[in-house]
Design a binder for this molecule. Structure first.
Ligand SMILES: *[C@@H]1O[C@H](CO)[C@@H](O)[C@H](O)[C@H]1NC(C)=O
Ligand SMILES: *[C@@H]1O[C@H](CO)[C@@H](O)[C@H](O)[C@H]1NC(C)=O
Ligand SMILES: *[C@@H]1O[C@H](CO)[C@@H](O)[C@H](O)[C@H]1NC(C)=O
Ligand SMILES: *[C@@H]1O[C@H](CO)[C@@H](O)[C@H](O)[C@H]1NC(C)=O
Ligand SMILES: *[C@@H]1O[C@H](CO)[C@@H](O)[C@H](O)[C@H]1NC(C)=O
Ligand SMILES: *[C@@H]1O[C@H](CO)[C@@H](O)[C@H](O)[C@H]1NC(C)=O
Ligand SMILES: *[C@@H]1O[C@H](CO)[C@@H](O)[C@H](O)[C@H]1NC(C)=O
Ligand SMILES: *[C@@H]1O[C@H](CO)[C@@H](O)[C@H](O)[C@H]1NC(C)=O
Ligand SMILES: *[C@@H]1O[C@H](CO)[C@@H](O)[C@H](O)[C@H]1NC(C)=O
Ligand SMILES: *[C@@H]1O[C@H](CO)[C@@H](O)[C@H](O)[C@H]1NC(C)=O
Length: 837
């Protein structure tokens, strides 16, 4: 009993799994709660249970009960006096409550809080629900100020894309199987679907495409259409409309026609019929998403038709139903890119393919453009295509799922990255053309009502939605920025932290600081100066593999050789990409002198010895940034440890595990990249850190029993270029060495490789005394895409803190291989306080 009371006073729940994300409605401490003026009842001006207004009433009841411990009744009849009234502007009007709301735009709302009278007026039902969430967000943050304001969305399209396959897997998803599909059909249990819609409504997302852009034509079967209807029914009360991805070849592969030519009459008739049928199942279907002629997908180019012919095929079918077509600009030809041709450049593809089509798209087509010209890299310049679509509506494609950005195993808070794009002024025709406020808002080119945002999110069945509690700030931030791209990224974080972890100042300051450092740190230890995330481009896009970035047909090149690095994208001597921007911007990127350092290697090919604006050479900056980034990541677990007891144990422990893992993997990144470019360029680190690890004992130099020395691929992911693996798959083995460090207290780290299809076990000893044991079971705890290799993805480490070591002590690791995991070991580091190595 005492324990429970204590928890109640602190406002802490005993355990939280993350399912409620930022909608926990955690009880405020009584001394704070008593300052709130609470209305006596709730009036929801709609009696239909599936109405977002009705749902808003229930959400208000649940929230006020949770936050303030007050049980309010809901009625549906307007009444004056002490109440919170929620409804559409029309319903308010009909009920005779006089309201002085200004003109609202679609999905907008008016919120007025005055004493114990609260009015939440939506332009439509969705807007009313958004207003209810806004009021609850204020209460949950103990913000009891009186307000009266209207807010409207910056853009009409605020969508989510899920890359869910019908078999229940998710492409680039890191949090378990799909909540939408199972066994090649839409799920029948829609509980999680509705819970997701609730989260999305609270951040004012109004649409979702539920299946992978690499689409399966079987989604168009009668049974599957009925399944989509089930999902749409579950999301509709939350104001979230459902859309689907289409496979361009469906008329042939699914419909049995002998063609999918977009201008063929039978194809047109087929799509019209299918679309009509879909709208019978889902009358408010948001529309379609199409990936055509990209990465092997079929499309109109197959028949020599234009991309606009392809998009308009669907647009015409959807038009009578009010549907729209999101047509992806991610079109490129990965079969014919040749790195030996200096002028070949995948970054050119989008503008090259869409040039000349601007006037050709139907008015319900929206071209969906990834934020950068390549593919969700750690830093890219904005896609120049935004400047070329003047007649055609455009939407930006962002990624909440961290495909190239640590796959939710690394904390990387993304709004600061997105802001580099949203705040960018493209100066189209010499006029202010800021991507967020001018172009995506539809204002600059008069496309209001049909522009906006799509984010690839890829939540899964994991209770945390994304696999990581802290990664959820990216989803929250996405919604906030799509509504208003000018909101400050720190303000977003602070709101999210209070809602997710409570009102404690230390908690808010710590999470805000760590999150704000996280993207710069990740850029530092992965890829700098615009070179892109130096990951495994042909593999899972997770760990380091800089050499994979060249000599591939995917076109994500660095052109690194022994002397120089970077893509020459100038007009005068390179691929010409810089010239795809409007004149003023093109001029900046054309010259090395005016290109900002952080995009230098995106636009220019320079010697490693080129001196940056910050006074360092390119290669020395690489080294320094990698050391700085890994040091920043090393502070994350330490910063987090200060929150013990200030937040619930479950989320504290789960997050501590991931941040500790990240700190170790950041060192893997640092050493791999530095070792690779050091070896390629032959230029030494001015501070002599690269390949110089005085606190490490390499496994290959230890006394081995049952272990053999091997190399790895890529070579740079092994410290000292060698590792050890057990001789047999199930054998026991050990490594040992006499230590030669002065007596003191050290942190002892063991670097090893954690593969899947195997759980090797390990125990660390000092002079036969056990320091700790562990098993290679990260594949059950982390959601990144696994490979079979001993590589930059599986490389990891474990650290035992505060171990007393003296000269002559013997360190030993006993290991037992299991399955495919041959207990691979790289090194043991004995680290004095403050040393990150
Ligand atoms: C109540 O909600 C239903 C479902 O959203 C809607 O069709 C109806 O028009 C609403 N009624 C009023 C009076 O707003
Ligand atoms: C709320 O409803 C319950 C059950 O209908 C009723 O007993 C109670 O008096 C109501 N409370 C208020 C404040 O109207
Ligand atoms: C409110 O009602 C009045 C008449 O009762 C009508 O003239 C007016 O158009 C209505 N306004 C809205 C926003 O529905
Ligand atoms: C309280 O909420 C209002 C409305 O969202 C906001 O304008 C204000 O800044 C908030 N106050 C604080 C202290 O956060
Ligand atoms: C439906 O899914 C929810 C959430 O995963 C689960 O709690 C519930 O038991 C499921 N219902 C049925 C009937 O399986
Ligand atoms: C110009 O392009 C050639 C390849 O055609 C390249 O070798 C050379 O380094 C480039 N020159 C400059 C100054 O970037
Ligand atoms: C990133 O690296 C730069 C260059 O070494 C350094 O100045 C900066 O502090 C680092 N930032 C973080 C967050 O690691
Ligand atoms: C131990 O370290 C000392 C000082 O660092 C060095 O002089 C000595 O050679 C080392 N002994 C061995 C066996 O490596
Ligand atoms: C969530 O996923 C992580 C690994 O990604 C795993 O450790 C955890 O057990 C999962 N939790 C649930 C409830 O599925
Ligand atoms: C033993 O390990 C090797 C890799 O070292 C792997 O190819 C083989 O499949 C493993 N055997 C078993 C039974 O897991």
């Amino acid at each position: 009993m005492r324990g429970l009371l204590l928890f109640a006073t602190l406002g802490l729940a005993a355990a939280e799994d993350g399912l409620n994300a930022w909608l926990r409605y955690a009880r405020l401490p009584p001394d704070i709660a008593k300052q709130a003026t609470v209305p006596l009842n709730i009036v929801a001006l709609n009696t239909t249970e599936t109405s977002p207004v009705y749902v808003a009433g229930q959400e208000l009841q649940k929230g006020i009960k949770g936050i303030l411990d007050r049980s309010l009744n809901i009625t549906h009849e307007a009444s004056e006096g002490s109440s919170v009234v929620v409804g559409t502007i029309a319903a308010f009007n009909n009920s005779g409550i006089s309201i002085g709301t200004p003109e609202l735009e679609q999905d907008g709302f008016w919120l007025s809080i005055k004493g114990d009278t609260v009015e939440i007026v939506g332009q439509n039902e969705r807007g009313a629900l958004y207003g209810a969430f806004e009021y609850l967000s204020m209460l949950a943050q103990a913000n009891f100020t009186e307000v009266a304001y209207a807010t409207n969305p910056s853009a009409a399209i605020r969508w989510i894309n899920q890359w869910d396959n019908m078999d229940g897997t998710i492409e680039r998803g890191y949090a378990g199987p799909s909540i939408f599909f199972k066994g090649n059909a839409p799920v029948s249990n829609v509980t999680r679907v509705a819970e997701y819609a609730r989260l999305l409504a609270s951040i004012r997302v109004n649409g979702i495409v539920i299946n992978n852009v690499n689409a399966n034509a079987q989604i168009l079967s009668d049974a599957n259409m009925a399944g989509i209807a089930r999902i749409a029914d579950a999301m509709r009360p939350w104001g979230v409309k459902v859309g689907i991805s289409l496979n361009f070849a469906s008329p042939q592969t699914f419909g049995g026609l002998n063609t999918f030519d977009p201008l063929d009459k039978s194809v047109i008739a087929w799509w019209t019929k299918i679309t009509d049928k879909l709208y019978q199942h889902v009358p408010d279907l948001a529309g379609f998403l199409v990936k055509a002629n990209s990465e092997g997908q079929p499309g109109p180019l197959t028949y020599g038709r234009t991309l606009s012919d392809g998009a308009n095929l669907f647009a015409k079918a959807a038009k009578p139903h009010g549907g729209i077509v999101m047509f992806r600009a991610f079109v490129y030809d990965n079969q014919h890119l040749n790195e030996r041709n200096w002028k070949d450049d995948r970054a050119n593809a989008a503008v090259d393919f869409f040039r000349g089509l601007d006037e050709k798209f139907d008015d319900n087509v929206v071209v969906q453009v990834k934020y950068g010209p390549i593919d969700f890299q750690v830093r890219e310049p904005p896609s120049p295509l935004f400047a070329h679509l003047k007649q055609t509506a455009s939407a930006i494609e962002l990624q909440v799922t961290q495909e190239y950005l640590g796959q939710q195993c690394h904390l990387v808070y993304l709004p600061p990255l997105w802001k580099t794009i949203l705040d960018f002024d493209l100066r189209v025709d010499g006029e202010k053309s800021v991507i967020g406020t001018d172009i995506l808002s539809g204002k600059r080119f008069n496309k209001k009502g049909l522009t906006g945002y799509a984010a690839v999110v890829n939540v899964g069945q994991n209770a945390t939605w994304l696999g990581s509690h802290l990664a959820m700030s990216n989803l929250y931030g996405y919604g906030r920025l799509a509504w208003d791209p000018t909101v400050n990224e720190v303000e977003i974080l602070e709101d999210w932290t209070r809602l997710t972890f409570g009102l404690d100042d230390t908690v808010r300051e710590t999470i805000t600081r760590m999150s704000m450092e996280s993207w710069p740190a990740y850029e530092n230890y992965t890829g700098n100066l615009g070179i892109q995330t130096l990951t495994d481009i042909t593999g899972p896009h997770y760990g380091p593999n800089p050499q994979s970035m060249d000599n591939n047909a995917w076109g994500q090149w660095t052109r690194a050789d022994a002397f120089s690095i970077g893509m020459d994208r100038t007009v005068k001597n390179g691929t010409g990409f810089a010239g795809q921007y409007p004149t003023e911007v093109a001029a900046v990127f054309e010259e090395i002198e005016t290109t900002p350092d952080d995009l230098l290697l995106w636009f220019h090919h320079v010697p490693y010895t080129h001196v940056l604006k910050n006074g360092k050479t390119v290669i020395q900056h690489f080294y320094d940034a990698h050391y700085a980034g890994a040091e920043t990541a090393a502070t994350f677990p330490t910063q987090w440890a200060k929150l013990e007891g200030l937040i619930d144990k479950q989320r504290f422990d789960e997050t501590a595990f991931r941040l500790t893992y990240q700190a170790g993997h950041a060192i893997v990144w640092r050493d791999s990249i530095n070792q690779f470019y050091n070896s390629l360029s032959g230029i030494a680190d001015a501070h002599d850190r690269v390949n110089n690890h005085p606190w490490r004992v390499e496994a290959e130099s230890m006394t081995l029993r049952g272990y053999r020395v091997t190399s790895v691929n890529p070579f740079e992911v092994a410290s000292g270029l060698r590792i050890v693996q057990t001789v047999g798959n199930s054998s026991s083995a050990s490594v040992s060495a006499k230590l030669n460090f002065t007596a003191g207290t050290y942190d002892v780290a063991v670097a090893y490789y954690d593969l899947y299809e195997g759980k090797a076990s390990y125990e660390l000893f000092l002079n036969d005394k056990s320091i700790g044991s562990w098993v290679g079971d990260n594949e059950y705890k982390l959601g990144y895409t696994v490979t079979r290799g001993i590589d930059g993805h599986s490389a990891t480490r474990i650290t035992f803190k505060g171990v007393d070591v003296k000269e002559g002590d013997v360190v030993r690791v006993d290991a037992k291989a299991n399955g495919r995991e041959t207990a691979p070991l790289d090194y043991i580091a004995v680290l004095p306080p403050g040393v990150v190595d």
